[in-house]
Design a binder for this molecule. Structure first.
Ligand SMILES: [Zn+2]
Length: 365
């Protein structure tokens, strides 16, 4: 059978060192006169400066929590409505971008955020323009229609075209102050996105190409960026890898390693990247087949075992947790069950039921 696929990437991507300085020009081009800037707390002083210099920025919201809560989204939505904003800019890691995406999607509608979160109301066609400016190299949130949101202790991944940003400015300079551990966590998240997009049952040719290049770039640059955060070449390459990783899974979606990351984050409080990385090398081995072997060879590795080894090395180097004993009192049966029933598990090429997952986790004791 010949090649057949559907591919679309609707986000205008502006990539390069120093390109964040084009924000004012981009707002003008997009005819945005009033907008809300959502950012990580550490970015707040610079955001205030931006607001002073650019009158299109009417308000700043910088109280985004690490696992973004619905209440932050409600606050941004209220700000956007109050200022009759035409756009929302998100500057930060995944939590900030996901908050900005959600608020931009619902602000023009009169509805309550909780109704969208619970699925009682469908997302409106009319929404605010969203500009995504990632400051960590990992989530790929700038090119996906995914928003991961928590309400109380529940954490939900909502996948909806309404969340697709209109534009993304990817400026590696913004990631220069990211601490080494976060660099490693988010870098391995980028690797997980690329691998999962590649082995997802929904994989497709263009995403495969993006995935291979993303994995190669992470392998060649993550350790460098971790060792020296001011190595701008490594930072730039990692920002590029994260972008490609995002594009590699945006359509095929992620699979087993992300499915397992949710219970690991919810019950054992691992940050997203560390939670994905926790099982990634094990799942490389469980998913090892001819296709994955092709990727490994294409990125200069001998085989799937070499890829799994390298992922483990990077985790250990970065001080990430790699064994269940480091997570406290773990109920393996419950953990395996929660991972097995996660919807993303359906995208995995190899069926991993509770028994297979108990075996995988037992080997990680
Ligand atoms: Zn991820």
């Amino acid at each position: 059978m010949g090649i057949e696929f559907t591919y679309s990437q609707p986000v205008a991507i502006y990539f390069g060192q120093g390109r964040f300085r084009m924000l004012s020009q981009l707002l003008q081009e997009m005819e945005i006169d009033r907008c809300v800037l959502v950012c990580d707390p550490y970015f707040a002083p610079r955001a205030q400066q931006i607001m002073k210099e650019n009158k299109a920025v009417c308000a700043v919201f910088s109280e985004v929590e690490p696992n973004p809560q619905l209440k932050g989204i409600i606050q941004v939505t209220e700000l956007a409505r109050k200022h009759q904003a035409q756009g929302v800019i998100g500057v930060g890691g995944g939590s900030t971008l996901d908050t900005a995406k959600f608020a931009a999607a619902i602000a023009l509608d009169g509805g309550d955020a909780i109704d969208y979160y619970e699925g009682r109301r469908s997302f409106p066609a009319r929404r605010l323009a969203m500009i995504a400016v990632p400051t960590t190299a990992g989530t790929g949130s700038e090119v996906t229609q995914v928003s991961v949101v928590s309400h109380g202790t529940e954490k939900k991944t909502i996948n909806n075209p309404a969340f697709m940003p209109k534009a993304a400015i990817v400026d590696p300079e913004l990631s220069s102050s990211v601490p080494p551990k976060v660099t490693m966590n988010t870098g391995l998240d980028a690797m997980a996105h690329a691998l999962e997009g590649y082995w997802s049952v929904n994989h497709q040719p263009i995403c495969d190409v993006l995935a291979i290049e993303a994995v190669r770039t992470v392998l060649n640059n993550l350790e460098r960026a971790w060792r020296d955060g001011n190595d701008m070449e490594a930072r730039s390459n990692m920002a590029y890898a994260a972008l490609l990783g995002g594009m590699a899974f945006a359509q095929p979606k992620t699979a087993a390693s992300h499915a397992c990351s949710y219970p690991l984050s919810e019950d054992y409080h691992l940050p997203h990247g560390e939670a994905c990385a926790f099982t990634l090398d094990s799942i490389v081995m469980l998913n090892a087949d001819e296709r994955l072997d092709y990727l490994c060879k294409a990125v200069g590795l001998e085989d799937c075992a070499a890829l799994a080894r390298r992922i483990r090395e990077l985790k250990e180097l970065g001080g990430l947790r790699t064994r269940l004993s480091q997570l406290g009192d773990v109920d393996v049966g419950k953990l395996a069950h929660d991972c097995a029933v996660h919807p993303l598990m359906k995208n995995n090429p190899v069926r991993l039921d509770e028994t297979a997952l108990v075996k995988m986790f037992e080997a990680l004791r």
